[in-house]
Design a protein around this ligand. Structure first.
Ligand code: SF4
Length: 184
């Protein structure tokens, strides 16, 4: 009797766009539950795997908002490849701290950062072709593509991220208890 082929595990991808990696640190805060997670899923593109391109995935977790052309490209790529896309954390959901620059033009931000800021001397605005141009402002994910679930918090707790992933893997709608949801 032949052994049936092993069922393919669900694939998960994660990425940090205009964020601080704090949401990914919260993911790592799942501690020993990470062993349970890797037993259940296969990680695709993620800082955890260092894979740079994304293939077809069941779930994509995105930290950070959209501040530059590269963020835009990566977000659209995730949307094309992920069946379910989750905005993780305040920056992904409403722009967060990076969106504080939205009161100024992109040029004003660059001038303050590289020309006019305290302690800057003989500086210039970098313009290497490899540096992605800034967008006019920082956008939350849902203003660019359809987002299927939102996980608030700065960052969301490890418990909330774990519960969210578990519910998505069980194909049930994400419904976190109030105690897991916070907005700070
Ligand atoms: S939501 Fe908070 S922890 Fe997450 S990327 Fe933004 S600033 Fe960092």
């Amino acid at each position: 009797m032949t052994t049936p082929p092993e069922k393919a595990k669900p694939r998960i991808a994660t990425v940090s766009l205009a964020g601080c990696f704090g949401c990914h640190m919260s993911l790592l805060d799942m501690d020993e539950r990470l062993f349970d997670l890797v037993a259940q899923v296969q990680f695709d593109r993620s800082p955890l795997t260092d894979i740079k391109t994304i293939g077809a995935c069941d779930v994509g977790l995105i930290e950070g908002g959209i501040a530059n052309e590269e963020n835009l490209h990566v977000l659209r790529n995730f949307r094309e490849q992920c069946h379910i896309l989750v905005a993780v954390g305040a920056c992904a959901i409403n722009g967060g701290v990076p969106a504080m620059r939205n009161s100024y033009t992109a040029l004003e931000c660059l001038e303050e950062s590289y020309l006019d800021g305290i302690g800057l001397m003989d500086a210039q605005i970098p313009n290497d072709a490899e540096i992605p141009p800034l967008l006019d402002k920082v956008y939350p994910l849902h203003e660019i593509v359809k987002i299927d679930a939102f996980l608030p918090g700065c960052p969301p707790s490890a418990d909330a991220i774990w519960a969210c992933i578990e519910e998505l893997l069980q194909k049930t709608p994400v419904h976190l208890s109030r105690i897991m949801i916070h907005y700070d």
